[in-house]
Design a protein around this ligand. Sequence first.
Ligand SMILES: Nc1ncnc2c1ncn2[C@@H]1O[C@H](COP(=O)(O)OP(=O)(O)O)[C@@H](O)[C@H]1O
Ligand SMILES: [Mg+2]
Length: 249
Amino acid sequence: MSEPILRAEALGKNFGGLAAVRDVSLDLSPKQIHAVIGPNGAGKTTLINLLSGDLTPTTGRVFFRGIEIEGHALDRIARLGVARAYQRTNIFAGFSVFENCRLAAQARRQPGIRLFRPALAYRDINDAAGRAMALAGVESRATDRASDLSHGEQRQLELAMALATEPQVLLLDEPLAGMGPEEASRIAALIARLGADLAILLVEHDMDAVFNIAATITVMVDGAVLASGTPQAIRADAAVQAAYLGEAA
Ligand SMILES: Nc1ncnc2c1ncn2[C@@H]1O[C@H](COP(=O)(O)OP(=O)(O)O)[C@@H](O)[C@H]1O
Ligand SMILES: [Mg+2]
């Protein structure tokens, strides 16, 4: 096993009296898809918010390449190389696909932009936007308005926008939600391809997709980790079957 790129160590998050995340430890390895599954309310989105820096943990720590990132500002975590696609869309509807990707690329680079000659920085940002569109499969839609895209294509654009920041870790919260079977398998295949180069944390309810593309699966119930392991081990786990997979397995 290679060294983890992102590590959660005994993370906890309380909302008032509710422990939404309890003592969750998890390692993301480079170039691997790590799925987090569990029933609604299990704490999956809260976990992503803790890893992205959108929320500050009540207890525990987060490390990026061995460096603690707890307490760091959100944009700094993003610049370290952790990107997320939001469950709710973050797209500027009236802008083109390319412009949305450029804005995403620029947001990450802004602080360092003085280091470059302006023309070079401009080209750099355009190149990053172009690469991200190609990776996410929205290149052919580059000049179309975001509002003209189908639901599935908008999710692809969200992926492209996350990729435009050139992350090393991608956090995805239910990227297949609301999709028909064809779109879902298209986006799942895309995520699988991205997983060849990136560490991906994938929260998803589509069990076919999860068991097909994840190298590791962590099951959360009531804020805590119930089990973690390979898809085969998770499928065979009696506690997981009883608590969650039950009918599905
Ligand atoms: N900002 C918040 N304030 C209070 N309670 C919250 C907040 N966010 C989530 N919760 C609660 O924390 C628990 C876990 O929620 P969440 O992380 O969204 O679960 P999941 O994504 O697995 O469905 C739920 O009981 C939810 O109601
Ligand atoms: Mg959620």
